[in-house]
Design a protein around this ligand. Sequence first.
Ligand SMILES: [Zn+2]
Length: 184
Amino acid sequence: MSPEENARLEQLSAEREADHGVIRDFLHAHSESLSDEDEGLLGHAKGGIKVRYAHGWVQTYCVCMSHSGRLIAKPNQEQNVGAISNCAEPFAINEADDQQVIAETFVVVRQQRPDEGKDVHVVTPCGACRERIAHHNPHARVIIWLGGDYKCYRKIRIIYLLPMQYKIRIRPNGNGVSGHQFKS
Ligand SMILES: [Zn+2]
């Protein structure tokens, strides 16, 4: 690569780091500390992935909690072809829908592979799963790990992880919770 292009890449990298700092400040300002219930949810997720982890089969674990404190937990599903592996969140959301429960708080954890270590980390849902969570419950909150200077867990509304969300229609029930699926 030319020296000019290398210099440009370094400049872009520095800008990206600065952007991350701004975004962390924003997320911290619009999030809350964890309640005892949230800590319990987090502990359940960390304990769960330790049990469910299977190299090449399961790596992440999504736990969500309803207003009444009901917990729903599902692992991801890895495939031989990595590109068709499935995240854990859609399984948890489908289970919540089956149980006619609105999931209000989500957390996703990842167990490191043996060649990485033995730690369990909270991971932020991928872009597609942010959409899935917001579609299930636009008022949902997600537990995230805020790195940088903060280094703490925070709970944040999904809308702050999905700014300028793509929308093609107004939801039929206005309030936006996926209650329209619950027809019993
Ligand atoms: Zn995902």
